[in-house]
Design a protein around this ligand. Structure first.
Ligand code: GRF
Length: 191
């Protein structure tokens, strides 16, 4: 690879995954996290971007509709997009501009517990309500349909009968932090 690969991380919330990804790539020479994109100006991920001196971009709905977001990504020479707790649907223009270069993490074992409304604690509550004995996380490519892109990696954790949705969330998040950054690096290197 002659030139560095530039990643943009899209996040809407606390950004603990963004943090683990930033830290991972701080120690990698040829891949950088170049931009944090969020739809929420008050999301804690913005503080993380500031702490790490990474440029961030808070987009509006108009920015998505009029191509401004895509323009920003191209201005920053973004090659690869990582969704990490991003709660907006990715526009078709981005999907077409970044074929097989957008990945997402879902906090359950897809195809179970995916689709509309299945985000955040809703997922873990549904897992507990269904009496599942395992849960985990899924890394997948993003296509035009929620949670339906090709699965790249899944990792599992065992659940105890007494686990609350919060307990499940904590177990799954631990897997996310451990495996998502490495998976992203692997996907970029294989591309
Ligand atoms: C993670 O569980 C991720 O799988 C889901 O949203 C959560 C984001 O957590 N899509 P954080 O903002 O990275 O802490």
């Amino acid at each position: 690879m002659s030139q560095n690969t530039h990643i943009a991380i899209f996040a809407s919330g606390g950004g603990s995954n963004a943090e683990s990804i930033i830290r991972h790539f701080n120690a990698v020479d040829d891949i950088d996290v170049s931009l944090i994109v969020t739809n929420k100006a008050d999301a804690f991920v913005v503080e993380r971007a500031k702490t790490h001196a990474i440029p961030y971009y808070v987009h509006t709905k108009e920015d998505v509709d009029n191509g401004q977001l895509l323009k920003m990504l191209s201005e920053k020479n973004v090659d690869f997009i990582v969704l990490a707790g991003y709660l907006k649907k990715v526009g078709d223009d981005l999907i077409q501009a970044y074929p097989n270069k957008i990945v997402n993490i879902h906090p359950a074992l897809l195809p179970k517990f995916g689709g509309k409304g299945m985000y955040g604690m809703n997922v873990h509550k549904a897992v507990v309500a269904a009496g599942e004995t395992i849960s985990g996380m899924t890394i997948h490519f993003v296509n035009e349909h929620y949670d339906e892109g090709q699965i790249i990696e899944q990792h599992q954790c065992e659940l105890d009968e007494v686990d609350s949705a919060e307990d499940v969330a904590a177990k799954v998040l631990k897997l996310e932090h451990a495996y998502y950054p490495k998976a992203i690096e692997k996907i970029i290197r294989q591309a």
